[in-house]
Design a protein around this ligand. Structure first.
Ligand code: ATP
Length: 371
C-alpha cells in the first residue's frame, strides 16, 4: 500500500525559473506514479524579484508559512538585476530562506552524467562523483545586510560559530559514512584557510572534534586556494568536502564547470526540519524567455528531493522514484546527441524535457539502477 500524498512547496521564482519548474514538477509526478506512489499535492508559492515588484515583499509570509508546512521545498531560481532594494542590493530571498529555516548544509553533488564530456583531458574527469557541502547560514554571508561602508572603507565580517560549524561537519561525516556503505572511499576534506584566519583555524579545530566521533572516516585538509587548483588538476581525489559559506559558493560554481556547466548542477539546502532543493544556477536573465535554458540541474534537484524524502518518510518507493528520474537524465544524454545550448548545441527546455520524459517512460522498474 502506498503512503499518504506528499505536499510540495513549489517556488518557481524569476527568469528561467518560470520555464524549468513546470517540467520538473511533471517529471517528479511521473516518477512517483511509475513507482506506485500517489500524486504529490502542489503548493505553488510566490517569491523573488517578481513578487517584490508585485507585492512589495520578495518573501511573503504566506510563502514562508507554505514552505514550513510542506514536506519539501522545490525552488527554481530567484533574482533580477533590474529589480533591487532601495540600497542597491539584489533581491535574494533564497538566501533569506536558508537563514529563516536554518538550512545549514548546502549539498552540491558533483557527478558526471555519462555522455557529457567534462572539460578535462584526463578521462577520469568524465567520471566524477564527489559532494561539496557548503555551510549555508553563517561565514561571510552572516554579513549580508550588515556590512558597513563609509567614503573610505567598507567591511563585511565573517562569523564562524561552534554550533554552525559542528552541525555542518557532522552532516558531512554522516554523508561520507552513507557513501562509504555504497563503496566510496570514506573521506571528508575540510576546505578552509586555517593558516591565515582565526575564524578558519577555529573551524578546523571544530572539524577535528567532530572527526573524533567518526573513526571510520578519514579526515583530510586543504587550503581553499590549493583545493581550487586540485579541483581542476585532479578532482577525482575528493569524496566529501565541507567548507565555509563563501568558499562553498565559489567552489560549487567551479564544480559545476567540471560536469558540463551550471545547467547540470543540482543542489539541496538541508536543515534539521526543512529542506530546499534548487539548481546551483541563478535566474539567468540573459536567456530568460528564449527557451534556451538547460533544465537538467532542476530535474536532478527534483531527484535529490525524492531521495531526501525517502529518508524522512522512511519510504523506499521514493528512493526508487529518485533513482528513476536520475537514470532518465543519464539515458537522455547517454548517446551524446542531446547537447544543451550552454554547451554549444541546440537543445533547450523543450527538447531536454522531452528526452528525459521519454527515457523515464522507457526505463523498466526492474532496471538495476532503479531497483
Ligand atoms: P546567482 O548569483 O543568482 O547564482 P548568477 O548571476 O551567478 O546567479 P546565473 O543566473 O546562474 O548567474 O547565470 C550565469 C550564466 O550561466 C548566465 O550566462 C546564464 O545564462 C548561464 N546559465 C545559468 N543557468 C543556466 C541554465 N540552466 N541553462 C543554460 N545557461 C544557464
Amino acid at each position: 500500500m502506498s503512503a499518504a500524498p506528499l505536499t510540495l512547496a513549489i517556488l518557481p521564482g524569476d527568469g528561467i525559473g518560470m520555464e524549468i519548474t513546470q517540467p520538473c514538477v511533471e517529471l517528479v509526478q511521473a516518477a512517483l506514479a511509475k513507482v506506485g506512489e500517489p500524486a504529490a499535492n502542489e503548493n505553488w508559492l510566490e517569491a523573488g524579484a517578481g513578487a517584490y515588484t508585485k507585492l512589495g515583499n520578495a518573501l511573503p509570509h504566506e510563502t514562508i508559512a507554505g514552505c514550513r508546512a510542506a514536506d519539501a521545498i522545490l525552488l527554481a531560481a530567484m533574482g533580477d538585476p533590474e529589480v533591487r532594494y532601495p540600497d542597491g542590493t539584489e533581491i535574494i530571498p533564497q538566501i533569506d530562506l536558508r537563514f529563516e529555516l536554518e538550512l545549514y548544509a548546502g549539498v552540491r553533488p558533483v557527478r558526471s552524467v555519462p555522455g557529457i564530456k567534462g572539460p578535462l583531458a584526463d578521462p577520469r574527469g568524465d567520471q566524477l562523483d564527489f559532494v561539496l557541502v557548503r555551510e549555508s547560514t553563517e561565514g561571510l554571508f552572516a554579513s549580508v545586510g550588515k556590512g558597513t561602508r563609509t567614503q573610505e572603507e567598507a567591511t563585511d565580517t565573517q562569523v564562524v560559530t561552534r554550533k554552525g560549524t559542528a552541525r555542518v561537519c557532522e552532516f558531512a561525516f554522516r554523508l561520507a559514512e552513507q557513501r562509504k556503505a555504497r563503496g566510496h572511499v570514506g573521506e571528508v576534506t575540510s576546505v578552509d584557510k586555517a593558516n591565515v584566519f582565526k575564524s578558519m583555524a577555529f573551524w578546523r579545530d571544530v572539524f577535528d572534534d567532530v572527526a573524533k566521533s567518526h573513526r571510520e572516516i578519514t579526515p583530510r585538509y586543504g587550503y581553499v586556494d590549493a583545493v581550487a587548483m586540485e579541483m581542476v588538476r585532479r578532482p577525482w581525489i575528493y569524496d566529501v568536502m565541507v567548507t565555509e559559506n563563501m568558499y562553498g559558493d565559489i567552489l560549487s560554481d567551479l564544480a559545476a564547470g567540471l560536469i558540463g556547466g551550471l545547467g547540470m548542477a543540482p543542489s539541496a539546502d538541508i536543515g534539521d526540519e526543512h529542506a530546499v532543493f534548487q539548481p546551483c544556477h541563478g535566474s539567468a536573465p540573459d536567456i530568460a524567455g528564449t527557451g534556451k535554458a538547460n533544465p537538467t540541474a532542476m530535474f536532478l534537484s527534483g531527484a535529490m528531493m525524492l531521495e531526501w524524502l525517502a529518508g524522512e518518510k522512511d519510504n523506499p518507493a521514493l528512493a526508487r522514484a529518485a533513482r528513476l528520474l536520475s537514470a532518465a537524465v543519464d539515458d537522455a544524454f547517454a548517446d551524446g546527441t542531446l547537447v544543451s545550448t550552454e554547451r554549444g548545441g541546440e537543445a533547450g527546455v523543450v527538447a531536454i524535457t522531452n528526452a528525459v520524459s521519454g527515457a523515464l517512460d522507457q526505463i523498466a522498474l526492474e532496471d538495476p539502477r532503479v531497483k
